[in-house]
Design a protein around this ligand. Sequence first.
Ligand code: DC
Length: 463
Amino acid sequence: MTRAFTEEDEKMGINIALDGPSGAGKSTIARKAAEKLGYIYVDTGAMYRSIAYHAMTNGASLDDAEQIAAQLEGLKVELTYIDGAQAVLVNGENVSDKIRTPEVSMGASKVSAVPAVRDFLLETQREIARKNDIIMDGRDIGTVVLPDAQVKLFLTATAEERADRRFKELQQKGDTSTYEEVLADINQRDYNDTHREIAPLRQAEDAVLIDSTNMTIDEVVAEIVKAAEAVSKKKSELNTERTSRRDRELMPIHAISKSRRINPVRQFFYGILRPIVMLIFKIKYKLTFEGVENIPRDGGNIFASNHRSYADPVLIALPTRVPISYMAKKELFEGNKAFKWLITAFGAFPVERGSGDTSVIDTSIEKLESGRNLVIFPEGTRSKDGKVGKGKTGVALIAAVAQTKVVPVGINFEGEKLTKGKKVVVRFGKPIDPKELGINDTSAASRKKIKKEIMDSITSLVH
Ligand code: DC
């Protein structure tokens, strides 16, 4: 029932195409299967019916393709849910009940032979299928609309059986059509649907034929659910395989050597500048540092901190003897040249947010290798209320690759802005050593473990 699974399938939702002639029970079955699977049921017949209804109410002749095509101008057909039931809206009007009459059925069979009508609906139908797990019923779903559907079924039953079912359905609704009329109607529609030039009703080569004449609805539904679940299982297996492959192929460990010394000129200027900036900051804020004994004496360490203000890199750098480096958003490097020079001199390097750019990792490793400390704000953005948010795993990846310690930092001040005279406490926690945590690769599990340690520690330093 299902076709061979390809890697393309991983990207798309699960699509079940259910085709067959009128009255084979497609919609009842599709609705039930969709409910069981939690998929969206897309009733394409209702779309054709809506167009027929719209053309009929506007007085268009259903035998005139040009008049029907003209009706499509500005027409909006939507499938939606109202009170849990699927509803069809034509230019906003709920026509769900009005399109179920024998007249509209015949009208739909006629308009569906008009190429402009089929073109009009094709993209809408494909769009729904691209984005969702769906079961779509119709006449040409497996052949034209969704030729790549993972599950294709062709549901049929004898014309007499189908006429009998439809007749009972109509009787329940109070319709006065006779059985003979319903059968003639079904035969006519079968003829129309299979003999039209465009997208005629036809079983796709790779579709499975289900003759429901002697099957219950639930039996057919169970078959469909089984097929969909098999696809879903394959899909998640493929996903897991991909993820673990990706994990194995992750960045190789590149333990930094701690022997490199900072450029002496840079170190000299840093030595002069540090007490001056410290003095300025101490005058401006009521600044205290806690846990300075946790700061390693050497360089090449990561400082992972919560993010409160633009002054954070400086607040972290002040009690460290080794110059720092830190990531700053790319935009800061694009404006004023002097500003760019200044932040670069103070160790900033640009990152493009959300670009997934791996060169940032390489630059970070280079900075650590050069003997600098690297300041990272794992939350990515500044926290206005002081609460520590969720961290990203980038910091853990860099720590795992570089196999270097991460010093957690908590920056504390009240309110949103760091204003003059404010009490600021910068706390340094015990360094987290990837080696001590037994991290010797960059797999997702390893990154998660380091990240958790870091974020827990930062959170404990913010109070
Ligand atoms: O499934 P239904 O009876 O609601 O469909 C109404 C008409 O629309 C039917 O006569 C054939 C046509 N149709 C079609 O041509 N292609 C589809 N995918 C769905 C329906």
